[in-house]
Design a protein around this ligand. Structure first.
Ligand SMILES: C[S@@+](CC[C@H](N)C(=O)[O-])C[C@H]1O[C@@H](n2cnc3c(N)ncnc32)[C@H](O)[C@@H]1O
Length: 273
């Protein structure tokens, strides 16, 4: 499929999926390749034939939604943001938990891909500035719509390149050699980390969470109406004074009343009411 055909098809179908065209500008090639393969599987000649197929086969919309999931992630993605989370946010949450007598700090990675973000938090918690205060213990839940991503997250093994932004000494302490030349997360780090397959638009794990990371996912790909509804539900799941981190190139829709920016450059917000 040519890029122009892919762009035209996405412009037609994304609104029906609650997604927006702008989110796909830089990653359209990924979707274009997948669509090309799907058309081959269905033996359809072109975009128009696929559009007609969608009209005749309503189940195909779910397949198309799966083709539009962009799984790109890596450990410690956006180093500056992660250093801040490791050095300031997690220690603060640990201190709050100790002061309140809470047994655990709860973290949600919403749109977790293969678990890179959730495990990065677990590594930073165990090996970073929050460690001396433990307990409390950390519970981290990763949610993703893609069953393939969730299976990979549960496996916890990755190509070496996924770790290039992770501080070297942490990588040494947190990883073991895998079977195929890759690296796997040590068992101790995996404790308290779990993964759930689900659509963020319809279900979220039960809160409240102390920290929610929703980066490079909902606020890139969902359309604005869907983002607004989703953000309200995300706020419901965040405890008061809990922290929300979105992608460093993302914006929240409108001016959410319950959130204040505590670090606008890094896109870090706190729930104020
Ligand atoms: C680009 S990755 C970002 C991963 C990670 N948050 C990061 O910043 O590195 C976006 C992830 O969001 C997931 N995703 C997109 N829409 C979703 C939805 N409606 N429900 C759950 N997960 C979704 C995709 O499957 C993908 O794994």
């Amino acid at each position: 499929m040519h890029d122009r055909d892919c762009a035209d098809l996405l412009a037609e179908v994304l609104p029906t999926l609650g997604l927006r065209v702008e989110g796909y500008r830089r990653v359209r090639a990924i979707v274009r390749k997948r669509l090309g393969r799907r058309l081959n599987e269905l033996r359809l000649p072109d975009r128009a034939a696929y559009r007609a197929y969608l009209d005749e086969h309503p189940d195909e919309w779910a397949v198309l939604a799966g083709l539009c999931l962009i799984p790109v992630s890596r450990f410690y993605r956006d180093t500056d943001v992660f250093e801040h989370i490791a050095q300031d946010v997690l220690p603060r949450l640990a201190r709050d938990a100790v002061a309140q007598g809470a047994e655990q700090v709860r973290v949600l990675s919403a749109g977790c891909a293969s678990g890179e973000e959730a495990y990065s938090i677990a590594i930073a918690w165990r090996l970073g500035a929050a460690a001396p205060l433990a307990p409390p213990r950390l519970e981290t839940i990763g949610v993703d719509a893609s069953p393939t991503m969730i299976s990979r997250a549960r496996l916890g093994c990755y190509p070496r390149g996924s770790f290039k932004e992770l501080p070297h000494d942490w990588a040494t302490a947190a990883l073991v050699n895998g079977d195929d030349g890759g690296l796997c997360i040590r068992t101790e780090i995996r404790e308290g980390v779990r993964f759930v397959q689900g659509d963020l638009r319809t279900e979220l794990p039960e809160g409240p969470f102390d920290l929610i990371l929703c980066r490079n996912s909902a606020f890139t790909y969902f359309d604005l109406a869907t983002q607004r509804v989703f953000l309200e539900r995300l706020c419901d799941s965040l405890r008061v004074f809990g922290v929300l981190v979105i992608g460093h190139k993302e914006e929240l829709p409108g001016k959410p009343e319950r959130l204040v920016p505590v670090d606008a450059r890094r896109r870090i917000f706190e729930r104020c009411s």
